[in-house]
Design a protein around this ligand. Structure first.
Ligand SMILES: Nc1nc2c(ncn2[C@@H]2O[C@H](COP(=O)(O)OP(=O)(O)OP(=O)(O)O)[C@@H](O)[C@H]2O)c(=O)[nH]1
Ligand SMILES: [Mg+2]
Length: 456
């Protein structure tokens, strides 16, 4: 494999930049350009002070470290040059290293080499991408769990169990006619145990998707209840126009916000009412479409006005969705109370309702808890023991594995020949090995690493 070079830090004017070189030419290249006053050469796991110099030109004063193969991130000889963080100086050193034979690294190429050299499995590599791009505490927690190898250990455990079942099945295949039912029932029990393990891992898959992609949340209500004020409050910025004129918002305004470590993809919509205004009506129809594709609806009601037909009509549009009722402007004189809400809107209850005041910053802790409870995220934020699948590739493979295990169990119960049973168990094993990258095609590997940033 050729030697690669990349910038491990971002290219901007900063205190320090780190240029990383990996491959069997790294030491050769650095020896040509690194000059130090000390007599000893660059030893593994040591940082040395000196200058980058070539053809009498001094490029920069630097610190250089050396990690010798296989004890490095990539498993190859790795050199890191800590240079000053100027864009020009960094680029000059980078180009110098390239001119001496290194190739500019592709995005993710360092980590891909770590994987190909057996330093990490694919789940850890993917966790590193997730860690870099995590947008919320919960997402970060899931990624860290995965980098520590929790998922990998579980996968190995399942793999071992499946291999055991498979050898058991194959040993008795040849003697099938004489095999006593007790052996078959042993196999059946073992398969059931693995099915339970896989189901346990898949338990929080929906939460995983929400943690990674955010909860699509549509703010809905009649005009002037405070929908845009809510969006602005939650994203801590004046993104949407707020006025006391009903019908202010027309377009849908989208913002990502973090509420208590959970990401919401928030949509502010036009207040829904009968309107003869062409532009407003288009906005209202867009709001109705957005409702359909949302995971959660914030139904905003205005406590300073009586409930009316407009509120009831909107409820008809959203009643089958996941709703949180937000009774806004609670710091003012309230024209109705929660009991009236419970009477008028049949899906409402204490667990999906909060009185809030955007003006006085009231009720938002309750709102955070309601969201967590609704999506079973409260347990997860406390319980770091659970494996939460946030990666679609893993979820899909586990689902396929489960299907194969169920098929094998069915064949066994239907008294099918054992080689049929073993085909499905083999397939299940393949899916597990697919997740760790032990059995995976090259195109998928390239695709995974292309999502990395440059220099990682
Ligand atoms: N007293 C009080 N007024 C509020 C509160 N939240 C919002 N308002 C006011 O309510 C009015 C309407 O706010 P908006 O956020 O524009 O309402 P909207 O629901 O987006 O209205 P449309 O875009 O017309 O559908 C503004 O005058 C806000 O200042 C609150 O908590 N208390
Ligand atoms: Mg608005």
């Amino acid at each position: 494999m050729n030697t690669i070079v990349g910038l491990a830090t971002s290219i901007s004017n900063s205190a320090v930049n780190i240029i990383r070189i990996s491959g069997n030419q790294s030491v050769n290249i650095i020896e040509k350009i690194f000059h130090t006053n000390t007599k000893s050469s660059l030893n593994p796991n040591e940082i040395k002070h000196g200058f980058i110099k070539y053809n009498e030109e001094v490029f920069d004063e630097v610190l250089v470290s050396f990690m010798k193969a296989p004890k490095s991130y990539t498993g190859e000889d790795v050199i890191e040059i800590n240079c000053h963080g100027g864009i020009l100086v960094t680029n000059k050193i980078l180009n110098l290293v390239i001119s001496l034979g290194a190739k500019l690294a592709e995005p993710g190429e360092f980590t891909k080499r770590a994987f190909l050299n057996g330093k990490i499995d694919l789940t850890k590599a993917e966790a590193i991408i997730d860690l870099i791009y995590a947008k919320s505490d919960l997402e970060l927690k899931c990624a860290i769990n995965q980098t520590t190898g929790k998922l990998y250990k579980k996968l190995n455990f399942i793999k071992e169990k499946i291999v055991n079942i498979l050898s058991h099945v194959e040993v008795i295949i040849d003697f099938e006619d004489e095999v006593e039912d007790v052996y078959k029932s042993d196999i059946e029990n073992d398969i059931i145990k693995i099915i339970n393990e896989v189901q346990e891992i898949l338990k929080y898959k929906d939460q995983g998707v929400l943690i990674k992609q955010g909860i699509k949340t549509c703010i809905v209500g009649k005009p002037n209840v405070g929908k845009s004020s809510l969006l602005n409050y939650l994203c801590n910025e004046k993104k949407a126009i707020v006025t006391d004129i009903p019908g202010t918002t027309r377009d849908i305004i989208e913002e990502k916000v973090d509420i208590g470590g959970i990401i919401l993809n928030l949509f502010d919509t036009a207040g829904i009412r009968e309107s003869s205004d062409v532009v407003e009506s288009i906005g209202i129809n867009m709001a109705k479409d957005k409702i359909k594709e949302s995971d959660l609806i914030f139904f905003v009601l205005d406590l300073t006005r009586d409930l009316d037909e407009e509120d009831f009509r909107i409820y008809e549009l959203i009643k089958d969705k996941n709703i949180i009722f937000l009774l806004n402007k609670c710091e003012e004189i309230n024209m109705f109370d929660t009991n009236e809400i419970f009477t008028q809107f049949k899906n409402s209850n204490e667990d999906n309702l909060a009185k809030i005041s955007i003006k006085e910053n009231l009720g938002f802790d309750k709102l955070t808890n309601l969201i967590k409870d609704k999506f079973l995220l409260s347990d997860l934020s406390l319980n770091t023991e659970s494996i939460i699948l946030t990666n679609n590739r893993h979820t899909e493979a586990f689902n396929n594995c489960l299907e194969c295990l169920n098929d094998s169990l069915k064949s066994l119960k239907d008294l099918m020949p054992l080689d049929i049973v073993s085909i499905d168990i083999r397939k299940a094993l393949k899916y597990i090995m697919n997740i760790t990258g032990e059995d995976i095609n090259e195109v998928i590997v390239d695709n995974i690493f292309s999502k990395f940033c440059i220099g990682k």
